[in-house]
Design a binder for this molecule. Sequence first.
Ligand code: SF4
Ligand code: SF4
Length: 109
Amino acid sequence: MTNDRVDSALGFGTGTSTDHSDGIRWVDYANISWNPVFCKRCDICIEICPKDTLVMRNDAVIEEQNCILCGLCERYCPDLAIEMIPAAVQAHAAQAAERRTSEGAATSD
Ligand code: SF4
Ligand code: SF4
C-alpha cells in the first residue's frame, strides 16, 4: 500500500506566490493560488466551481484539471483565500482573443 499523504498543505503547489508580497505564503497551482492560512475549509469554492476543478485533500484545497478561469471561486470565497493567478488570466484572455481572430478570418473567407 502506498502512503501518499502530505504532511502539510504547503507540500502542494509550487510554493510562495510571486503575485503576493505580504509575506504570507500562498500555494500556486496552474491557474489558482490558495492561502492555507486564510482558508477555513468551508468548501464553498469546491461546491461553486462549474468544472469540478477544486478538491479538498489532506486539508488542502487543490486545483485539478479543467479550470476555465471563470472567477467564481475567488468571488465567493468568504475569506479571500483563493485567487486566479493574474498571468494565467492574461494567457487565457490572449488565447480567447486569438481564437476569435482566427474564427473571424475563417468566416470571412
Ligand atoms: S476559476 Fe472557475 S473553473 Fe477555475 S477553479 Fe475557480 S470556479 Fe473553478
Ligand atoms: S471558499 Fe475560501 S475559505 Fe472556503 S474552502 Fe474555498 S478557499 Fe477555503
